[in-house]
Design a protein around this ligand. Structure first.
Ligand code: ZN
Length: 148
């Protein structure tokens, strides 16, 4: 997967393993091999000891929703092509929800909330972060409420 295909615009080659993981369906954090500090999104240098050697650790399971908001003008690659339906607009005016979950190990993961209407979303609910390849081939992170 090319970096330009990742919706969060990760462009640093030291975190290439992250986008490769997304392509395989794995959400990965970086863990410093010197001090053990774990970071998500992955870092190219350790925020604790400034080391630059890392290993990849998977982020699995559900996290607790800390916050969320509604996005009314979503990214173009995340919306259907409405050029035939609404020739003067490239955007869908249906809001999408984005949130941040805190995992059991304290890592915080942001993603689009899937499978819930905005009115159903509650702080503290459990959501599972997962990588998702969008129809245009770009990768993003989504937070699911249901089972796989
Ligand atoms: Zn470190």
């Amino acid at each position: 997967m090319e970096f330009r295909d990742f919706s969060l615009l990760v462009q640093h080659t030291k975190v290439r393993g992250f986008t490769d993981g997304l392509e395989r369906g794995e959400l990965l954090a970086s863990r410093c091999t010197t001090c053990g500090a774990t970071s998500y999104p992955p870092r190219s240098d350790c925020p604790r000891c400034l080391g630059s050697e890392f290993e990849w650790v998977p982020i699995t399971g559900k996290g607790r929703l800390l916050t969320h908001t509604a996005v009314f003008v979503t990214p173009r690659h995340f919306t259907p092509d409405l050029s035939q339906v609404a020739p003067f607009s490239s955007y869908a005016y249906r809001p999408a929800a984005v949130g941040i979950v805190e995992m059991a190990n304290g890592l915080r993961v942001m993603g689009w909330i899937r499978g819930l209407a905005i009115e159903e979303i509650r702080i503290g609910m459990e959501l599972e972060p997962r990588p998702e390849i969008l129809p245009d081939g770009r990768a993003t992170v989504t937070l699911y409420s249901g089972e796989r």
